[in-house]
Design a protein around this ligand. Structure first.
Ligand code: ADP
Length: 397
């Protein structure tokens, strides 16, 4: 079954065309700057990379363009869009409504809309993406896969904030967690390797946005992101955990309103804010190697925060069978992996620094033979989870 996987953002959309039965990736791409000017980067296989710069005023035109590219003579991977048998949408916020992927109907769309106050930047674009697909491909079933769904198994003690309880029941104030599809995929791959019941796994998804997740017996029991993706680790431009008292203090000192303080904490902080160099960790590592002190401290802060979560999650689960690193930083930075694992031998976490430094693709183990806890690099594949969930739900239907 050919599944079109779509991740619609406010001015961008990512897509993949996947054969859900064989896991074959037929094509993928990214449309950016929708409504501004427009650029489409399209990939077929390893070698064929195409870039188109043309006006793309709306999301509808963006999706129409992608469908044309998929079927156009020069770029085609399918003869007709009729070959697309299902569409899988990545949806950031599913609130407490959705504990797993679902077939989309009017009620599902309404619920995703109801959650807009919790994900004002993301859910409106997802709804738009869904409605456009329903219009352009009226007979094709749509499925939604939620970033929050995997974390719906967290126990109350790990998702509640210590504020008056009524604000949870009345205003839905709680930790939801994100990157759920990635944490599910990576921990599930680790479970397959470990081949063990009652597994205790910690997934470190370290990308532009980053989060850690404690997965016990295949279920998320705690994760570092919260009501919004701002909580937890230090990220590209997000501060992560911070004393809530910082907010009124800074608003007063700098004369910021609510929108400005949120922008400050989400867009101007994190790796970018501390280093003053970039949100791209590669540039910060380079500057640090060239002697830049703020870049050096940024890297230390980043790793210290990850280590804090790692150790607390190992404590929460009474041990850890495997630590998995994934996403841009987790998969590619031997420096960060080494700093995070350094000194944890006392808890049975022993990194093999030589294996860690070898650059290879695919899943690999980087712990020493003697390490009680296995350490893996597991490249994430959220789109494949969406395609497979879509296939399963559509097949059942
Ligand atoms: P996103 O969350 O946007 O999907 P990615 O998972 O692609 O992000 O991760 C992007 C981050 O990965 C950037 O900070 C980038 O600097 C970092 N990264 C990629 N390769 C390396 C590397 N070799 N060393 C350090 N950081 C890297």
């Amino acid at each position: 079954m050919l599944v079109f996987v779509l991740n619609a953002g406010s001015s961008s959309l990512k897509y993949q065309l996947i054969n859900a039965e064989t896991s074959e990736l037929k094509a993928s791409g990214l449309v950016e700057r929708i409504g501004i000017d427009g650029i489409l980067k399209h990939e077929v296989g390893e070698n064929k990379k195409l870039t188109f710069e043309l006006p793309i005023p709306t999301h509808k035109e963006a999706i129409e363009l992608v469908l044309r590219i998929l079927t156009n003579d020069e770029t085609k991977v399918i003869d007709s869009i009729k070959e697309i048998q299902a569409i899988g949408h990545r949806v950031v916020h599913g609130g407490e409504y959705f504990k797993k992927s679902v077939l989309i109907d009017d009620d599902v769309v309404k619920k995703i809309e109801n959650l807009i106050p919790l994900a004002p930047l993301h859910n409106p674009a997802h709804v738009l993406g869904i409605k456009i697909c329903q219009e352009l491909m009226p007979n094709v079933p749509n499925v939604a896969t939620f970033d929050t769904a995997f974390h719906q198994t967290m126990p109350e003690e790990n998702f509640l904030y210590a504020v008056p309880y009524g604000d949870y029941t009345e205003h839905h104030l709680r930790k939801y967690g994100f990157h759920g599809t990635s944490h599910y995929y990576v921990s599930n791959e680790a479970v397959k390797i470990l081949n063990k019941k009652d597994s205790k796994i910690i997934v470190c998804h370290l990308g532009n946005g980053s989060s850690v997740c404690a997965v016990r017996d295949g279920k998320s029991i705690s994760t570092s992101m919260g009501l919004t993706p701002l909580e937890g680790l230090i990220m590209g431009t997000r501060c992560g955990d911070i004393d809530a008292g910082v907010i009124p203090y800074l608003m007063e000192k700098k004369g910021l309103d609510t929108h400005q303080i949120i922008n400050y904490l989400n867009k101007k902080s994190g790796i970018l804010g501390v280093s003053g160099i970039s949100s791209d960790l590669r540039e910060v590592i380079k500057a640090s190697n060239d002697g830049d002190k703020r870049s050096k401290i940024t890297i230390e802060m980043l790793c210290s925060r990850i280590k804090k979560y790692l150790c607390s999650y190992a404590g929460l689960m009474h041990g850890v069978d495997a630590i998995c690193f994934t996403a841009g930083i987790g998969e590619n930075s031997d420096l960060i992996r080494e700093k995070v694992c350094n000194g944890l031998d006392f808890m049975g976490i022993e990194l093999d620094t030589e294996k860690n430094s070898i650059r290879k693709s695919g899943i690999r183990e980087i712990s020493k033979k003697t390490s009680k806890t296995k350490i893996y690099i597991i490249p994430t594949n959220e789109e494949l989870v969406i395609a497979k969930d879509t296939f399963d739900l559509v097949k059942k239907k």
